[in-house]
Ligand binder design. Structure first.
Ligand code: C2O
Ligand code: CU
Length: 432
């Protein structure tokens, strides 16, 4: 028996994750609190720039519609595939749902083919900023547009942010391979001075992305959906967001414009009158979650005895994958399906070490569980507990992370540079 695993007493501060999933499916019966239908279909979409592009969409929108629910809601989402020949699924990125609701084609379900439907049911246990995307040939399907935001508002009222604005990675690669930007031309919005603002920044692309927030002091209130304990005020700090990751940024609207952008020419300009000049972008340093906020207790401490320890070394080599000669990114020298399988038992406390000796960053995403960062390059985490579902392991870096094996099933653990996942940078976590 593993006593008191996730029932850490500090849960009053709101960021200790408590998940009590005992079943592999969500509740099969019961009237849902929220019901949505997402239809995957090919559609021409008109961007802000006026450009019309061919896309693969949910409900004809790019990104797909924002699903907004309350913590504790029983959510039912019906996926309809109209005309995506390869089939589609819905994966709830970052939300720890029961295994059978996780939406991984070939692992937790079959892909939903044209004319078919599939119904997902789960209780949204954790508040925060999450997203959904197809997990069938996801490197192609996410790039073509089959994704959207999933926001779980906390049970105890709306979080800070009367103006609650989702900013999804503004760079979009069109079907013909050219890059375009949602926020081009600049999206201008009018916000009264004094208004509490929450920006939910998402990186839905394959590479780390720098967001800058200019013109206001701000806080990073949540990382990958989990609240930061005691976040400090930041200014002129660049936010490098992992591929697949999310930061919630909060501030009080000043009387001059605030500009949020990944590149100076396309962004979101908030101002008291909806007009005004772009404030100067003056990022002088990079945000580092390793030392941000104040420490608080977690299920893991310096004396934790881990039941399992795994090491994943990322490297690269030239080789064949699916009959094509490529630069492959390997885990312990192997590509899927030869990568190791991580075996755990329910109740285990697990430590994983990531070491990146390859050429590029790898954003590691574990399904169904949240990882607590213990250290980077031997330096222990010194700020707020840093819970993540998608951790950017930069070139040359090593990280130690911990998670509790509290959600039985068969799970993906993969690089969220989805092009890397597609050439084998993936493995499975299994419960014995
Ligand atoms: Cu967001 Cu396995 O993916
Ligand atoms: Cu990678």
């Amino acid at each position: 028996e593993m006593p008191g695993m996730m029932n850490d007493s500090s849960s009053s501060s709101g960021f200790v994750r408590t998940v009590s999933v005992t079943d592999l499916t969500g509740p099969r019966t019961g009237e849902p609190d929220e019901r949505f239908t997402l239809t995957a279909e090919k559609k021409q979409v008109k961007l802000r720039s006026g450009e019309v592009i061919d896309a693969w969409t949910f409900n004809g929108q790019l990104p797909g519609p924002e699903l907004r629910v309350k913590q504790g809601d029983l959510v039912e989402v019906t996926l309809v595939n109209k005309d995506i020949d390869e089939g589609v699924t819905l994966h709830w990125h970052g939300l720890d749902v029961p295994n059978a609701e996780d939406g991984v084609a070939g692992l937790t379900q079959d892909a939903v083919m044209p004319g078919q439907t599939f119904t997902y049911r789960f209780v949204a246990e954790q508040a925060g900023s999450y997203w959904y995307h197809s997990h069938q040939q996801s490197s192609e399907q996410v790039q073509k547009g089959l994704f959207g935001p999933l926001i779980v508002e906390p049970e105890a009222g709306r979080p800070f942010g009367e103006q609650d604005i989702t900013v999804m990675d503004p760079t979009y690669v069109t079907l013909d391979g050219s890059e375009t930007n949602w926020l081009n031309p600049i999206d201008r919005r009018k916000i009264e001075p004094g208004t509490p603002v929450r920006l939910r920044l998402y990186n839905t692309g394959n590479w780390p992305k720098n967001f800058s927030v200019s013109g206001a002091k701000f806080k990073v209130d949540a990382i990958d959906g989990t609240e930061v304990n005691d976040p400090g005020e930041l200014e002129n700090v660049r936010l490098e967001l992992a591929a697949g990751g999310r930061y919630d940024v909060t501030f009080t609207m000043p009387s001059a414009p605030v500009y949020v952008a990944t590149d100076p020419a396309s962004g979101l300009l908030l101002s008291p009158n909806g007009e005004g000049d772009i404030p100067k972008i003056a990022d002088v340093s990079a945000f580092d979650p390793l030392s941000y906020g104040s420490p608080a207790s977690t299920p893991f401490g310096p004396n934790t005895k881990f039941n399992r320890e795994f090491t994943m070394v990322f490297d690269n080599k030239l080789g064949f994958y699916d009959g094509k000669f490529e630069r492959l990114f390997t885990i312990n020298g192997k590509v899927f399906p030869d990568t190791p399988m991580l075996m755990v038992k329910e109740g285990d406390l697990v430590k994983t070490t990531f070491v990146n000796r390859s050429l590029v960053p790898h954003p590691m995403h574990l399904h169904g569980h949240h990882m607590l960062v213990l250290s980077r390059n031997g330096k222990p985490s010194a700020g707020s507990p840093w819970w993540t579902d998608t951790l950017n392991v930069a070139l040359g870096d090593s990280y130690e992370v911990a998670f509790a094996a509290d959600n039985p099933g068969l799970w993906m653990d993969h690089c969220h540079n989805l092009d890397h996942a597609a050439i084998g940078m993936t493995l499975h976590l299994a419960y014995e």
